[in-house]
Design a protein around this ligand. Sequence first.
Ligand code: ZN
Length: 82
Amino acid sequence: MIEISSDTACLLYVGALVLLLLGVWIHYAHKAKKREIVKLTTVHVTCEYCSHPYLIEAYTPFHRCPHCHCLNKNQVDHTQHR
Ligand SMILES: [Zn+2]
């Protein structure tokens, strides 16, 4: 059995705790970089046929519903869009 002093044990404990917190911090910092950024030109629309909500590019004249695959006309009022 390895004998260590109480100071060494305390130092090992604090070192392990610091390494754990550093690992958690690096994990979440890396995860935050991977987040997908929604483009500012996307708008929220609802399908005319199945009422499925989804996002589209703001200035596309027609778009296909990802749920029922029906073609919808873009009826978004662009004056309200920032
Ligand atoms: Zn639909």
